[in-house]
Design a binder for this molecule. Structure first.
Ligand code: NAP
Length: 283
């Protein structure tokens, strides 16, 4: 069996490749990337794969049995067509199975909802593709919060508009494991899984940071408008709006899902206690 992972130059694509390499010889794993150089360090063959260019994937998939389609980063309108390029090229190349990294959340209600709706459209395109398929709906990555810790420390607080809402976070490494198992196991065909750990709220996240790193951060809830204004000033209109929408989605409960991680991976998701224990400074 030979598998191809798209967006292999990105963090999730790389995490999936890394886990696949624990299960398959390197000759059976191919990466696709719009910038081949960026994915060279993975130690596998990397082929051209720009989502805007269907012919890249037609060429890349000639000897591929299963494709892992990692969602792109464009606007929802552009992304649907980009993903269709991959799906159509896979079908035409005779690929037997395709797996898609979707997202949890609701298609209406916040400024993040259009992104969710775009993901649901690709889910429909995947399940109607005529190939075997599986879909993972990813929880929110926890790593960006960890990477943002210096900013939280500087501010002395974690402030956003999630309020008391719980969020189903996950890690890219755990997703990499689940998607590798989904790629290799036929029992996952035709299944859609929520892939996440135990839902936690922002106060619990703050407590994990405090106990892990010996900090005294406080959680400060903001209104959606206040938070949107703050994020837009820092990240610009497009991203600010999306980030505020994500936290508004946590606040309204649409990011707290029951997880199917164990069904996909054959084992439990890492607990947040264990995840933060591993992050704790040694000595
Ligand atoms: N669940 C979550 O919390 C969460 C958060 C953020 C994003 N996401 C979604 O999950 C996906 C993977 O996340 P990540 O952490 O791996 O993000 P990342 O590290 O930013 O990687 C994004 C990947 O998409 C690739 N890409 C963008 N446009 C492309 C195009 N036209 N053709 C081919 N490749 C293209 C990028 O290629 P380059 O390396 O050339 O830029 C990169 O490999 C994201 O793309 C996004 O859809 C999920």
């Amino acid at each position: 069996m030979k598998v191809a992972v798209t967006a292999a130059s990105g963090k999730l694509g790389a995490a999936i490749v890394k886990k696949l390499l624990e299960m398959l010889p390197a000759e059976q794993v191919v990466g696709c990337a719009r910038n081949i150089e960026k994915a060279q360090s993975l130690g596998i063959e990397v082929r051209a794969g720009d989502y805007n260019n269907k012919s890249h994937f037609t060429a890349a998939f000639t000897d591929i049995d299963a494709v892992m389609l990692v969602s792109g980063m464009d606007t929802p309108e552009n992304r649907i067509g980009q993903h269709r390029n991959v799906i159509q090229a896979a079908r035409e190349a005779g690929v037997k199975k395709i797996i898609y990294t979707s997202i949890i959340g609701e298609t209406i209600g916040t400024s993040f909802s259009p992104i969710v709706a775009g993901n649901r459209q690709t889910e429909d395109d995947i399940s109607n593709s005529g190939m075997h398929w599986s879909i993972g709906r990813n929880g929110l990555y926890i790593e960006p919060d960890v990477e943002y810790l210096e900013h939280y420390i500087k501010a002395g607080n974690i402030s956003n508009c999630a309020g008391e809402g719980k969020c189903s976070y996950t890690t890219r490494s755990e997703l990499g494991y689940a998607y590798s198992m989904m790629l290799l196991g036929d029992e996952h065909n035709g299944k859609t899984y929520n892939l996440a750990g135990e839902p936690i709220n922002q106060q619990q996240l703050t407590d994990f940071f405090n106990s892990t790193f010996g900090l005294n951060l406080v959680y400060e809830p903001l209104s959606v408008e206040e938070y949107k204004e703050q994020r837009t000033a820092e990240r610009g209109e497009f991203l600010g709006n999306i980030i505020a929408g994500i936290y508004a989605s946590i606040s309204n409960g649409s990011f707290a899902v029951s997880s199917d991680f164990a069904k996909a991976a054959g084992r439990k998701h890492i607990s947040w206690e264990e995840y933060f224990r591993q992050l704790a400074p040694k000595g």
